[in-house]
Design a protein around this ligand. Structure first.
Ligand SMILES: [Zn+2]
Length: 275
């Protein structure tokens, strides 16, 4: 009886009356939190993301994974910091409203010269950053060994998950997040700090993402090579790069995944909020 009651309670959204008046909901092992921001610009984003069911969609997608412990997905105001991270001590992924504001300021007003819409640039980037941080979270929660830089592995996790959506949706999100990488790359000074950073250079992260996309499906992503976004020297090996990452993903995550058709459908449904 207690178990049944706690299950019911776990499915009911909790309207927290505390000082932050966050909107919190728990379902299964994933807890989602929309913190109510003070800054008016962030408040607009808060309302939009709530209306789009951003965190609910991500939670649905995470339903394909058997999580051994709880995980929190959080949108929060970060005192002006443009950032996103996973904190192992609290098992929480945080994306700052400031990060979304920064993405909005970089997005094209309407459509970029390469055809990326404002909406794609914003929602694609948000999708990618959440999945990158969820990648870190799953390496930790599922005790997944990482060979090589964890930042690269988290990017690969995000890309592979996106590439397993339908081709049309994957293309929109990949194009959107590549737009953000290209924007950051334009500001890279190529100084000592950039090379010493535990993340790859944004220029490299841009090409890595495009190469995995192209390697996954030349028909859907052939335009990346045709218009010269991916240089020929790189395209030659992209199918092998994709296969290597897909092999690692299947080996490392396979036993934690619900692999039935319903689970795959759940991943797609989870991304309804993007487009
Ligand atoms: Zn990271």
């Amino acid at each position: 009886m207690i178990r049944a009651l706690s299950l019911v309670l776990a499915l009911v959204p909790v309207f927290c009356a505390g000082p932050a008046r966050s909107w919190i909901a728990e379902q299964g092992r994933v807890r989602i939190v929309y913190e109510v921001p003070k800054a008016p610009e962030a408040h607009t984003i808060y309302r939009e993301m709530r209306a789009r069911h951003l965190l609910e969609g991500l939670r649905e997608t995470l339903g394909i994974i058997r999580l051994p412990r709880s995980l929190t997905l959080r949108l929060a105001e970060c005192g002006g910091e443009v950032n996103a991270w996973y904190a192992p001590t609290t098992r929480s992924v945080t994306v700052c409203y400031e990060f979304i504001q920064d993405v909005q300021s970089r997005a094209p007003k309407d459509v970029s010269p390469t055809g990326v819409t404002r909406h794609q640039a914003i929602m694609g980037s948000i999708a990618h950053v959440f999945l990158h941080e969820i990648g870190h979270a799953l390496f930790h929660l599922l005790d997944v060994p990482v060979l090589g830089r964890e930042e690269d592995a988290a990017d690969q996790f995000a890309a592979l998950l996106l590439l397993r959506l339908g081709p049309a949706q994957a293309r929109k999100i990949i194009d959107g997040s590549a737009f953000l990488f290209a924007s950051y790359a334009g500001e890279e000074k190529m100084e000592k700090g950039d090379f010493a950073n535990d993340h790859g250079l944004f220029r490299q992260r841009f090409y890595n993402l495009l190469c995995l996309a192209y390697g996954s499906d030349k028909r859907t992503f052939g335009y990346l090579a045709d218009r010269g976004d991916l240089p020929e020297e790189r395209t030659a090996n992209c199918a092998a790069e994709y296969d290597q990452v897909a092999f690692a993903m299947d080996r490392l995550f396979g036993r934690h995944l619900r692999s039935d058709r319903m689970a795959r459908e759940r991943t797609r449904r989870g991304f309804r909020w993007t487009f």
